[in-house]
Design a binder for this molecule. Structure first.
Ligand code: KG4
Ligand code: ZN
Length: 351
């Protein structure tokens, strides 16, 4: 079974063809990605109007590229999937409409995929991991700890009460003049910095619910940066190292809490899975590896090209749903908001 997947929710125009084998494992036949990051760099973040226009310009070409490098015609595809949200609505409309048109013209099933579900199920594409597992989803727009019990069965254990983890990296990068996207730049500079020079707070550490908070940390970095200015290269590296160390301490403490909650509710997880753009961060991967070694569960992180937004994760989620007999109507409306766990209350609210 093969599905074409299209992703346009943020600043990557991406399309991929993925195949699902009878044993349930996946194989990526093509994975075309065009990053718009350069177009947004001057603004220190994604500009929605620029993103929508860039998706319109690129989507046909990227889909054609994915089909060509898979060496397949549309008749050899069993379904067409697109991210139906959450994300920047202009971009979502572009990818969704393209997928609907292809599915309609080719007489194939159409699947509207939750972008977060794409990230959540990537570890099944790459590692054929079984349910249930604990997912740390950390991207520019989302930071969540989720119990993944099955396709479409997600329970949010924790979330951020303010900024997403990737967003905090981006904001710190912006205030230090490191450009967009900030995560890779902050990580690179942090490797040469002294993480102990600046004593940044560890928000949320020790709290019983596995939620995150990043805005106070970001403010602390700004205050130290202003106090230390003018900043030389060493100062910037030390600020990056101190910030990253504080984020890691918080995230690892939160994952530890989520793991023990998971065990109480669902038993031993098959794995600790990390996904989303921030999963590219090597220091985070190493910390999660140490933690999962301690808990004696496997740690799974997707290969770097599958951490950020991509079409393969959308195609794979489409395959998972299609093989369960699911499909979506062409009337499916794009969603700017679309929680993975529809029942999750606001953090801190009583259920
Ligand atoms: O999943 P993704 O590509 O897009 C969203 O759905 O948000 O994630 C992008 C985010 C950005 O905030 C970026 O700064 C962050 O992932 N990121 C990183 C690293 N690489 C990307 N954050 C920390 N360290 C990295 N190496
Ligand atoms: Zn994403």
């Amino acid at each position: 079974m093969r599905v074409l997947g299209i992703e346009t929710t943020c600043d990557e125009t991406a399309a991929a063809v993925v195949e699902r084998l009878p044993d349930g494992s996946g194989r990526i036949l093509s994975n075309a990605i065009l990053s718009q990051a350069k177009r947004h760099a001057a603004y220190g973040g994604v500009v929605p109007e620029i993103a929508s226009r860039a998706h319109v310009d690129a989507v046909d070409r990227i889909v054609a590229q994915a089909m060509q490098s898979a060496d397949l015609t549309i008749n050899q595809i069993d379904g067409v999937a697109a991210a139906g949200g959450p994300g920047l609505i202009g971009g979502v409309i572009v990818g969704l409409t393209t997928a609907k048109a292809i599915a309609f013209a080719a007489g194939r099933p159409f699947l509207a995929i939750n972008h977060l579900e794409g990230h959540a199920l990537t570890a099944r594409l790459t590692d054929n991991v079984q349910f249930p597992y604990l997912l740390l989803l950390a991207s520019g727009g989302h930071s969540q700890l989720v119990a993944v019990e099955g396709v479409g069965k997600y329970t949010r254990l924790g979330t951020t009460i303010d900024d997403a983890i990737g967003e905090a990296f981006d904001k710190v990068a912006k205030l230090l003049g490191l450009g967009y996207p900030g995560g890779p730049a902050v990580e690179r500079l942090a490797t040469n910095g002294n993480p102990e020079r600046f004593a940044f707070p560890r928000p949320m550490v020790g709290r019983p619910e596995p939620n995150f908070s990043l805005s106070g940390l970001k403010t602390a970095v700004r205050i130290e940066a202003e106090r230390t200015a003018p900043l030389n290269d060493k100062d910037v590296a030390d600020l990056c190292a101190g910030f990253q160390a504080a984020v890691l301490d918080m995230v690892l403490d939160r994952v530890r809490v989520a793991l023990s909650q998971f065990k109480t509710r669902y038993g031993q997880p098959t794995a600790l899975v990390v996904a989303g753009g921030v999963a590219a961060n090597m220091a985070l991967r190493e910390g999660l590896q140490r933690l999962s070694d301690h808990f004696r569960i496997p740690m799974l992180a997707p290969p770097l090209q599958l951490c950020g937004d991509n079409g393969a994760m959308i195609a794979w989620a489409g395959l998972e749903r299609l093989s369960m007999g699911l499909r979506d109507p062409l009337s499916f409306a794009p969603r700017a908001r679309w929680p993975l766990d529809e029942n999750a209350a606001a953090p801190g609210a009583r259920a």
